[in-house]
Design a binder for this molecule. Structure first.
Ligand code: APR
Length: 171
């Protein structure tokens, strides 16, 4: 399969997706929040939070892994996206690191399938079109040189993001 065939985009709720690993758009404390972070902890249950407390935190751009509690996935990979401060604070590099480090952690845990939300495009205010471009390009580069990952699902919560990711995959 070429890299584009490995990437799919759907509209939906990432907590319902049955893949090996789903990615959470967390914050540096790993203690939960709203948006996709809130949904994953709400649906996944206490076990995920207990494991996050043991990990103790996560730097922006880094990724850590827990089990998935009551979710259909095997793992939750928690990554912390950059807050958008206008683009001169290495936001693009940090966002790229989120995707790359999450994929690497999935490979380290023998995952063949992974689902991403649109990291940083909600509360953290990252411009959606640029975030979609970075997401797709980073995933494309990674899966071109690593065959462990067979499927990457972009799970969008809004049609706007779904359109933007679809355009980025097609371009
Ligand atoms: N499934 C998939 N995507 C979702 C879901 C869901 N259940 N809920 C929200 N989203 C989408 C949002 O529509 C947005 O496009 O996830 C994207 C990321 O938005 P946020 O969840 O707000 O994440 P982010 O912008 O990275 O901000 C992270 O918000 O919830 C807090 O603790 C979190 O402090 C952290 C910050």
């Amino acid at each position: 399969m070429n890299s584009s065939e490995k990437m799919k985009v759907v509209l939906g709720d990432i907590t319902k997706v049955k893949v090996d690993a789903i990615v959470n758009a967390a914050n540096n404390t790993l203690l939960g929040g709203f948006g996709v972070d809130g949904a994953i902890h709400q649906e996944g249950g206490e076990q995920i939070l207990e494991e996050c407390k043991k990990i103790g935190g996560c730097e922006t751009g880094e990724a850590v892994v827990t089990t998935a509690g009551k979710l259909p996935a095997k793992y939750v990979i928690h990554t912390v996206g950059p807050v958008w401060y206008g683009g001169n604070n290495l936001e693009a590099e940090k966002l790229e690191s989120c995707y790359r480090n999450s994929l690497q952690l999935a490979v380290d845990h023998q995952c063949k399938s992974i689902a991403f939300p649109n990291i940083s495009t909600g509360a953290y205010g990252y411009p959606k079109q640029e975030a979609a471009r970075i997401a797709v390009n980073t995933v494309r580069k990674f899966v071109e040189r690593n065959n462990t990952i067979e499927s990457v699902l972009f799970v969008c919560y809004t049609t706007e993001n779904k359109e933007l990711i679809s355009q980025a995959i097609a371009s």
